[in-house]
Ligand binder design. Structure first.
Ligand code: HAM
Length: 519
């Protein structure tokens, strides 16, 4: 068989986007841009500035903020060890000697975590290694030549190495509030005029079960207000801002739910009461809720299970168990919302799935999203900055699921078509090419959309091509045009062709385009 024939048989693998991730393509990306542009504009008018934060952070930052026991941290994060570059990865059997030596050096300088597990692993590896250099040197240890005793030793080495913490544990960000608080502390933003108002947009990562409106890489547009005050006016203004944004986008079927989940004083007492009540009806609950009675009774209120709805309706409500301060704060937030004309619904079952919340929580749903209909979630998180080693700070914010927002917007309005190309600029002879490049540059500078074919075309082909891509005009330059200094311009819809000078080209094209757009 010839080499060519072998190659033909081995079809290269076709790659697909990883489950839960997707490509966003034109023309839909134009709508994403419009959404993001509107966010920049609306948030700007409320005095917010944009922050851009890293895609990955120490795992510990998320674990401490969002909570070890939450679904996000315990099950859904993409976590990896950022292995030290200085540490050789033993690709061949003979490399373990170098690995042990280097690991010891790095632990001495604390570059490699000098934790008991790592020290023990190195000690054991050394013992195996010291029994004699059974593995040979690099390149001399093809696996089939090794006897089973050596394989066993090698296996132990691999297991020991894999048990080590070879560097810092890092996670792709599942959300951005923790990072914004980290940045607030890192850049001493408490010294700036307070409150500090920041917004962000970008991809987040959660290893959830993908379905409509739920992805493993999804996009959020969020905002946070950090500072010394927890005035209810701040809560109300943040909510007013997101409602204004949705209004500007003409999002349909918007429903705002609010709640207060109390503070460190009153919530634990309520949680105990709830737990006691739930224990009384434990047998009637499903396995998930039964488990949550122990781990996080508040999450039982989140349950969508039909059979549990009747029971949940009879449970004690947090609004009746708020301390005086929390009750007053909640009442003031509601008054403030009314003053701003923001329509809300109180939902005592709104508890949210992240640990850092206290007092005000809210969620917004919209039309056309099926079961994943929360398009925005947020709330107050006083004390989170302190928990991350910063000064006492109050905080409130929200994040919008941009994928869901776009999905809902396209549900009732088709995606706007991409703006068409104005001109296909065909060069009909090699000599005309330089002129064509020149004209294309001038037209584009004027904001005209130009398609300049990379190859020489015959007039007929150029017109057919312009027709196929829906261009308004075909502009043609060949030998005749170069000689006369007049270009040939064909109006595609009217099927009429004129001669035109370069100087009047821009005005002519713009005028025709405006006429078309006005139709
Ligand atoms: P969250 O409720 O976890 O809150 O997420 C906010 C929004 O992000 C959700 O309402 C939803 O629209 C969207 N979202 C979440 N997970 C996915 C997913 N897998 N696929 C598509 N969209 C999703 C937070 O993230 C908080 N950091 C919000 C916040 C900011 N609270 C205070 N400040």
């Amino acid at each position: 068989m010839s080499e060519g024939a072998v190659k033909k048989e081995e079809k290269p693998r076709k790659f697909q986007a990883i489950r839960g991730t997707r490509d966003l393509l034109p023309p839909e990306t134009a709508l994403w841009n419009r959404v993001e542009q509107t966010a920049h504009e609306v948030f700007g008018t409320f005095g917010f500035g944009e922050i851009r934060i890293p895609i990955f952070e120490p795992t510990e930052l998320f674990a401490r903020s969002i909570g070890e026991e939450t679904d996000v941290v315990s099950k859904e994060m993409y976590t990896f060890v950022d292995r030290l570059e200085k540490l050789p990865d033993p690709p061949t059997l003979g490399d373990y000697g170098a690995f042990i030596e280097q690991a010891e050096k790095l632990m001495a300088t604390e570059e490699l975590p000098s934790v008991p597990g790592n020290r023990l692993a190195i000690e054991r590896m050394k013992r195996i290694w010291d029994r004699g250099n059974v593995f040979g040197t690099e390149g001399e240890s093809p696996i089939e030549k090794i006897d089973s005793a050596v394989l066993e030793e090698l296996y132990k080495m691999v297991v020991l190495k894999d048990s080590m913490e070879l560097g810092q544990s890092i996670s792709l960000r599942p959300e951005a509030t923790a990072s914004v608080c980290r940045a607030y502390i890192e850049h001493n933003m408490q010294q700036l005029p307070q409150p500090v108002k920041l917004y962000y947009m970008g991809p987040m990562f959660r290893r959830e079960r993908p379905q409509k409106g739920r992805y493993r890489q999804f996009y959020q547009i969020g905002a946070e207000v950090l500072g010394g005050s927890d005035a209810p006016a701040i809560d109300a203004e943040v909510i007013e801002m997101v409602m204004t944004f949705f209004d500007r986008l003409e999002l349909q079927g918007v429903q705002l739910d609010i709640n207060s989940i109390g503070c460190r004083e009153c919530r634990p007492k309520y949680v105990e009461l709830l737990r006691a009540e739930l224990l009384k009806v434990k047998d009637k609950l499903g396995p998930d809720s039964q488990r949550r009675i122990e781990t996080n009774p508040l999450r039982v209120l989140d349950s969508k299970l039909e059979s549990e709805q009747g029971i949940i309706a009879t449970l004690p409500r947090i609004a009746d168990h708020l301390c005086e301060d929390c009750a007053a704060h909640y009442a003031a937030v509601k008054r403030q919302l009314e003053m701003r004309g923001v329509i809300y619904r109180e939902n005592w079952r709104l508890v949210r799935g992240l640990d850092y919340y206290m007092r005000t929580t809210f969620e917004i749903t919209a039309q056309g999203l099926g079961s994943q209909n929360a398009v925005c979630g947020g709330g107050r998180y006083d004390g989170l900055v302190e928990l991350l080693g910063g000064p006492p700070t109050k905080g409130i914010g929200f994040a919008i699921g941009e994928d869901r927002l776009v999905l809902s917007l396209t549900h009732h309005k088709p995606v706007p078509q991409r703006r068409a190309i104005d001109v296909v600029l065909a060069w009909l002879s090699p000599a005309a090419y330089t002129k064509a490049v020149d004209i294309a540059r001038n037209l584009r500078r004027e904001g005209i959309y130009v398609e300049l074919p990379a190859k020489l075309m015959r007039a007929g082909d150029a017109v057919r091509y312009a027709d196929r891509i829906g261009a308004f005009f075909t502009l043609m330059i060949g030998e005749d045009e170069l000689k006369s200094g007049e270009l040939t311009l064909k109006h595609m819809l009217r099927q009429e062709q004129i001669k035109i000078t370069e100087t009047s080209l821009v005005d002519h094209i713009k005028k025709r385009r405006e006429l078309k757009e006005a139709q």
